[in-house]
Design a protein. Sequence first.
Length: 277
Amino acid sequence: MVVTRRAPGAPGRGRVLFLHGLSNSSTVWDACVEQGRRSGGPELWAADLPWRGRSVARWSARGDLVPYLGDALRAVPGGAGVVVAHSMGANVLMEFLGRRIEAGRDPFTEFGVRGMVLVAPFYRRTAEEFDWASLAHSVDTMAPLIAEGIRVHAGDRVPAATRRHLAERIRDWVGPYGWMRFFEIYLRTPALRLGRFTVPCLVLAGADDFAAPPAEGRALADALPDAEFRLLPGCGHFLMIERARQFAALLDRFVSTCSAARPNGGPGPGFPWEHDR
């Protein structure tokens, strides 16, 4: 795992840590980082996590991946600030924080987390909402979702047939173990004690997301004690790419609010600019 500072930020504008989803990488945030650089926004950090790209196969059969989130949060000097997590990254983040809370800790103070932006998260309120159809849907949409990610990254430079082929190859790299690591965490969302998530949250969803239904993002925001839900029209699962300018503006506003409400960062373990595990 590598955590890198992507933009120095302007004084007093806060700090952001980006976490990507399954089989993606920190490049999924490039458009947002560029917008932040132009506007002189917050200091930006991004993690390349063990479930990135072809690395999936190396960790997926080993079991629990949630503890890696602690390494990512610790790697940002002065505290993580606002943590922006996409898709599976959002779910791993919530599971990690939930476990720390269950252990009697305050992870928000411990890691200097002032707020969270949960982008296209997966969430169900009750265990009964999971059935065989939901499991089958998740498997069936995996390759189309990867193809969608390739499309929004590359545009028309990659023909549709090539996108499908690449998506199937990436799906096979992830494999059943990698997919199960994701779905296990998804299955645990009804058990999250979200009432103890004490920081402000912004939940973002794309109106055309066929993998993480926007209704699940809205339900998650309703379950959090201090959360706002925003639905972005005309985009799907990768809204931070498709609506980069709007996404960056929403993020900048949210980070500014969190920085004003909590002017001092967390303790921060003082790692150097990169943390490699």
